[in-house]
Structure formats: structure tokens, C-alpha cells
Design a protein around this ligand. Sequence first.
Ligand code: 4AD
Ligand code: MG
Length: 435
Amino acid sequence: MARTLIRDLSSHLDETVTVYGWINTLRLQRRMQFVLVRDHTGLVQVTHPRGGEEDWIEAAFEEVTLESAVKITGKVVANPVVKLGGLEVLPESVEIVAQAETGLPIDEHTGLDQRLDWRFLDLRRPSQHLVFDVQTTIEQAMRQIADDEGFTELHTPKLMGTASESGAEVFKVGYFDRTAYLAQSPQFYKQMAIAGGIDRVFEIGPVFRAEPSFTSRHATEFTGVDVEIAWIDSVEDVMAFEEHMLQRVLADVCAEHGEQIAELFGVDVTVPTLPFPRVTMAEALTKLRATGWDPAGEAVDLDPEGERTLSALIAEEYCHEFVFITDFPAEVRPFYHHRRADSADTTASFDLLWKGVEITTGAQREHRHDVLSAQALEKGMELAPLAQYLDCFRYGTPPHGGFGLGLSRVIMLLLGLPSIREATFLFRGPNRLEP
Ligand code: 4AD
Ligand code: MG
């Protein structure tokens, strides 16, 4: 018999249906057997009175174990006493499709590390499933807006012959008789696409960072959203695109999952107003120093505590969860960031903070070959390993800019998860390559 999803049972009252799912709870009483079956859309009570003749159902419920996969056919009946949706299924047949071993390795009290060891079981919790439904909605909304705005989606290579942005933070892998590197950003390739006349470039793909970081917001492999836009007038065009995209994403998430997010994570999704507040790095430092942060007065960039405090100050002042920090000093930015015309020490770049955490770094790029080469040399870089990148700027490349957004961080912040580990299907960190 065709499958009926548990969330749809209320439109099948007094019909015989088959539900496919897992044994969530067994309450086997003296006269009655109550079995809660779960699929990815909900929970239903299956109610069976004992004492029939040759009662195969009674025997099956005695034998079956928690988390076994089952198919249960029965009649859906209204019962106002049942808390789960005011209905229950009276079984006519029970098929144990795959019996689970007893002694499940995790339960609701298990710590995160062991849950990650048994991630497939952890994912059976409805809240964990919701994480990836939300991710699907986010990516869909991003692709829609990118399409509406004339972007071309690319898949840049993740194996590279030279380390991309810098020598640090890059994984080396054996590649026949030489060494390859895992891309720590699509940065150079998306700029190559711009040089190739693809006006607006968009990619959602894996990013690898060999950082030995154990914080709640760092992974060694994560999903990045990368955008690059040609013919911009200034970096403001890039920020304007990003804030529109995030507003659209959050509106879609709110409409599709807002209720369930509130129920399972206790979080109200706020659709942000436009424009997002913007502060220059100099203004941010002044605001922060007034709170006693950086007593020595020497900071040129924010640390995680500075990011948290700044977001809190902005939330108070503007009632906004997001803030763009602009005009980073050149010394803390990569060589390819475009410098402000009126101040060579200042880049036309930005970070976007959400709820106190960096989710994006972006910038206008330097598109003039001579200036770009000079900036690389100024950073103490050798030009030879950059030759193919620099070549992209020798034959007429327009002004452009873009950003990289960490998707897993966005999901962590959106759902109020304590760590990026729970916002990732299978987390990768310095101590975790399995499962
Ligand atoms: O700030 P990042 O390093 O910037 C770049 O990769 C530039 N090429 C982007 C650009 O277009 N200028 O990385 C971009 C974002 C960060 O803001 C953060 O959200 C996320 O990627 N990210 C990480 N997420 C999880 N784990 C890590 N180790 C991350 N490192 C960066
Ligand atoms: Mg950054």
C-alpha cells in the first residue's frame, strides 16, 4: 500500500493507510499496547488492544525494538484523548522492515562528541532534520535571487597547483608525483571568471581551511557561498546585493519554517530591515574603546569579543541584528583588496557580523595589474607563484568586487545552535575526520 506521511493523517480519518517510520516509543501495558511511530514529518500513536486470537500484531510489538524501521497499516481514527493531533492508528498489520539492535549508543543525555560519532542516529531527531530543511530553503532562496539578478553559477576546482590566497591554512594532498592544495576559497577563480566576461558569478561549494581552531564557529571544511560582481561603482554595490540576498533568504525561511523553528529551537526568525547598519572600522574601534575594550588603544582589527560587543552596541542603537564593518586598514587585509582613493592605507572592504559573529568578508578587488602587483610586493609576497592570477588583470578586467559567506555559520546563528558542529551534516575539525 502506498505510503501516507504522518503529517497528512488528519486528512485520512476513517481510512486505512500505511505509515513508514521508526519506533519512537513503546508503552506496552497489560491490556493495551501504545506505540509511537515517527517519520520525518511527525509522530503518531498506534494503539492496539491485547488479547485477540493469533494476535500477530501483539507479538510484533512485543518483539520490535526502539528505532526499528517499520511499516504499519491501519485505520486512522479520531480520538480527542490522544495528545498527538487528536488521532490514532488502529493497526491491521505490522511489518518490521529492519529490526534495530537493542542498547542504542545515544539518547537525549548523550554529549555532542558521541552524538557526532553516531550522527546518523542523531539526525533522526526532528530538530536535526529541520536544520537541513532550513539549509535547503536558504540555498534555494540564494539561487533564486542570484538568478533574478543575472548571476551565473559556477563550480570552481577544489584541487589547486599552488596555495591560493596565502601559504598558511592550506591542506596539502598527494597528487601523482607532486603536491596539490585544497582550495581555501574560490577567490582567484571567481575573479578569473570576471576576467572571462562572466559578469556576475555565484558559487555554493566546499571550502577547506587547515586552521587548528577548536572554537564553536570554525570547521576545517565548510560550505561557502561566494559572489563576485563586475562593473561595480564601489564596494557599496556588493554590500547592497548581500543585504538584499539575506533579507530574501530570511523572509523565505520565516515563511516556510518560522513556526517549526520557534517550536523546536525556541528562536523567532527576524526578517531584517534594509539597509543594514554600517560602521567604519575607525568608528567601531571608537565605540568599543568607550566600553573599555582594548585598554592599550593599539587594536587595528576586532577580536571575537570585540565583534560580540560591537553587535550588542549596534543592536541597542539601531535595533538591528546585522552590522557591516567597512574601511579595514590595509595591514589586516589581503593584497588584492582595492584601496580607497583618498586613503592608501584603507581598503574598500567589509565584514558582515550577525549576532556578534563574522559571517562574511568582502571587498572591491584591485583590478589594475600594476597596482595589484605592487600591493602583493608590499605584503612581502613573491610574484612568481601568483603569475597566473596576475595574468587575469593584463587584458582588460573591469572593476569588480564580491564576498564569501559561511553557510554553516549562518545556519548556526539562525537556529541559535551552540556550535557549527550541529549546523553541519558531518562536521570536519582538527580532531574529526570521521564518520
Ligand atoms: O573571511 P574569509 O576567510 O574570506 C574569504 O575567504 C575571502 N576570499 C572572501 C572574499 O570574497 N573576500 O571567509 C569567508 C567566510 C567567513 O566570513 C566565515 O563566515 C566563513 O567564510 N569561514 C568559516 N566558516 C567555518 N569555519 C571556518 N574555519 C571558516 N573560515 C571562514
Ligand atoms: Mg574574514
